[in-house]
Design a protein around this ligand. Structure first.
Ligand code: HQG
Length: 183
């Protein structure tokens, strides 16, 4: 991805998922910002942003992190929020297994408490090991945990699938997690 788009994506992640108030923007209850208000608020706060930069970020983003509304007047992040908004995601049937990329230093705590959502609205799970590896790599040498998601679902746990293919759930109890044998 073009480095300037990476910067725009990071900026959008911050203001559309976590710190909207930092640039004096407000989101609606479903996490949408008005495109014109976002551009104005960003430029007012010193971050250059144009409609073309937003369009390119939505289309070319490596993880498809953002979407426009059908009429193009609104924009939001597809997942990853720490602020309390309702994405109105529909429940979905997960595949047999899902994956979670983490790092060694969290394992003792995960073994005690399962996977917790921490600051975000949900625990984020990946559909394949390759994606989970990239998620884990953000923090160091990745450790990939395997989650028995179909079993969890059978037992009544609710799953959602974000628009960009990330699986979301409230909590993964330890009994559904397979840890790699060397950990
Ligand atoms: C860990 C990125 C100790 C968990 C990614 C993770 C993803 C525990 C960290 C999305 C724990 C939370 C989310 C426990 C979980 N004890 N540590 N009981 N339970 N953890 O960033 O899944 O690029 O909130 O393993 O690609 O890393 O931003 O979650 O290491 O899709 O679009 O606590 O964010 O997407 O970290 O990443 P995060 P995550 P974007």
């Amino acid at each position: 991805m073009d480095p300037s788009l990476v910067r725009t994506s990071k900026f959008l992640s911050l203001v559309l998922r976590h710190r909207t108030e930092r640039i004096g923007l407000t989101l609606d209850e479903h996490g949408w910002a008005r495109v014109d208000a976002l551009i104005e608020a960003a430029n007012r706060s010193g971050k250059k942003l144009t409609l073309e930069m937003l369009q390119r970020t939505v289309v070319e983003n490596d993880k498809q992190r953002f979407s426009f509304s059908a009429d193009g007047t609104l924009i939001r992040a597809n997942q990853g929020h720490s602020i309390d908004i309702d994405l109105q995601l529909e429940r979905a049937n997960p595949p047999e297994l899902l994956f979670h990329g983490t790092v060694e230093r969290f394992l003792a705590s995960i073994k005690a408490e399962g996977l917790l959502k921490r600051k975000r609205q949900y625990v984020h799970l990946s559909p394949d090991e390759e994606t989970a590896t990239k998620v884990g790599q953000r923090r160091g040498e990745p450790v990939i945990l395997t989650v028995a998601s179909a079993k969890m679902h059978q037992d009544g746990h609710v799953f959602y699938l974000s628009k960009n293919g990330v699986w979301l759930t409230e909590h993964v109890p330890v009994k559904y997690i397979h840890f790699p044998s060397f950990h």
